[in-house]
Ligand binder design. Structure first.
Ligand SMILES: Nc1ncnc2c1ncn2[C@@H]1O[C@H](COP(=O)(O)OP(=O)(O)OP(=O)(O)O)[C@@H](O)[C@H]1O
Ligand SMILES: [Mg+2]
Length: 450
């Protein structure tokens, strides 16, 4: 029996990852943190701590606990959280939200958090299905006029000949399958699957044995299948609990079917059923859980209600690893008058392992800028790199990184193929950093708004 991986594209948050696309892990080799590795620079202690946490997660020793990353702005808190997720593996879901998001949604704060948590838990499902598998030898469509428009022809069926190493058979297929074959543009030489139960058609690729018809072949070449055409195949795919929730809610509600999902709150009963089903699959050995990472940035923006929810959620067996990050010291817990470290209630703090990030040295800043410039395909001259490093040191790393692309566009307009110090100095005047924009408005207020 062959096993195939079908990866479902899930609602994994990739949004905030753009600025961190250069990060591929924590940069650890044989248990030692490399000065530069997997796109990460410096921050050695934080990365070592993160590495130990990854080992704890893998050994299942993080249940009921969470992680808190504290450090000044732009010191790589988000970067390290992403490094942790990458270390946990390809398929591990990583969901990143900013605490402020829970207030903007039309749904309840706790529902928002709940959905984020369930997006961060993957379920790898193994399923056996009966499929027809083979290389297409011949397709003959049967056509008829459209019932309303005589000039428009539609397929009402087809005769399909499939071939494997050991047999060749011809099937007549119905309108629905014929339509799918047309829509997918299936032609002679393609290897396809047709699900015996649902009639879903999947194109696997172009058969290696098929004659080459184009000079440039972009489709995946696959071998001619062996065995009988009708066979049982094992499929492995990863879905998130949230996707299962949504699907089961949609299927269970007539309202949802007809009008689409208006209400975006999922009843807890639906979730309970999904959990039960997943547990059963796991017991039967058909599924395994892939707890991912839920990263909550600016955690001091959560309020007491959200913190209470999180504390409780961490205890549940179906919980992802929760990583909070903040750049605040002692501050009020939102929704109360109580001051607490990082604005986080003590009972939750008790469950958190804390990692700290430190400001970067000049050399580290230079190295990070180099990595990002490479990632964004921005060629920098030595003096431009030096100018940006100064910006990173005196203003902020993030601001320096933001100047890369505009500086390059400007350089190209000026007919250069490398960014020089001139372009950096120029865009620095056009775009201000946060401190400067605040100072500017303050000045403005003082002058005009008295
Ligand atoms: N050690 C590092 N190695 C490589 N890139 C880094 C490192 N630290 C930060 N960066 C990059 O610098 C930028 C700013 O870092 P990041 O967003 O992680 O900071 P932060 O601590 O989360 O800041 P904030 O408190 O504002 O949320 C990002 O593009 C990030 O990928
Ligand atoms: Mg951040």
């Amino acid at each position: 029996m062959s096993s195939v991986g079908i990866r479902e594209i899930s609602a994994r948050a990739t949004r905030r990852v753009g600025a961190h696309s250069h990060i591929r892990g924590l940069g650890v080799e044989n248990g030692k943190v490399l000065p530069v590795g997997d796109g990460l620079v410096g921050q050695i202690e934080a990365r070592e701590a993160a590495w130990l946490i990854v080992q704890m997660i893998k050994e299942g020793k993080m249940a009921g606990k969470g992680i808190l990353i504290v450090g000044p702005p732009g010191t790589g808190k988000t970067a390290i959280a992403i490094g942790i997720a990458r270390e946990l593996g390809e398929d591990t879901p990583f969901v990143a939200i900013s605490a402020a998001e829970i207030y903007s949604a039309e749904i309840k704060k706790t529902e928002y958090l709940m959905q984020a948590m369930r997006k961060a838990i993957g379920v790898r499902v193994r399923e056996f299905r009966k499929v027809y598998e083979g290389m297409v030898v011949k397709i003959d469509y049967e056509w008829a006029s459209h019932p309303y428009n005589p000039y428009y022809r539609i397929p009402v069926g087809a005769k399909l000949t499939l071939k494997t190493k050991s047999e060749t058979r011809t099937f007549s297929v119905d309108e629905d399958i014929a339509q799918q074959l047309l829509e997918l543009g299936i032609s002679k030489g393609d290897v396809i699957w047709i699900d015996a139960e649902t009639g879903r058609v999947v194109r696997v690729g172009r058969c290696k044995e098929a004659e080459v018809t184009y000079d440039i072949e972009y489709r995946r070449r696959v071998p001619l299948p062996s065995g009988p055409i009708l066979k049982e195949k094992e499929f492995v795919y990863t879905v998130t609990l949230h996707e299962l929730d949504m699907r089961s809610y949609q299927a269970g509600s007539l309202f949802g079917l007809i009008f689409g999902l208006e209400t975006r709150e999922i009843p807890s009963e639906v979730r309970r059923q999904v959990d039960e089903r997943v547990r059963k699959w796991i017991e039967e050995g058909r599924a395994e859980l892939l707890p991912g990472v839920l990263f909550i940035d600016d955690a001091h923006m959560l309020d007491i209600e959200a913190f209470t929810f999180l504390s409780r959620a961490m205890e549940s067996e179906l919980a992802p690893i929760i990583i909070l990050a903040t750049n605040r010291g002692i501050t009020k817990i939102r929704g109360t008058d109580i001051e607490a470290p990082h604005g986080i209630p003590l009972d939750l703090l008790d469950r958190l392992i804390i990692i700290k990030t430190k400001p970067y040295t000049e050399d580290e800043i230079r190295e990070i800028i180099k990595i990002r410039a490479k990632e964004e395909d921005v060629p920098l001259s030595d003096d431009a790199l030096q100018a940006l490093t100064e910006v990173g040191r005196s203003r902020s790393l993030r601001y320096a990184l933001q100047l890369l692309t505009p500086a390059y566009i400007l350089a190209k307009q000026r007919g250069k193929d490398v960014v020089t110090r001139d372009e950096i100095e120029y865009v620095k005047k056009l775009f201000v950093d946060v401190q400067e924009s605040v100072r500017y408005l303050k000045e403005f207020e003082e002058k005009f708004l008295r």
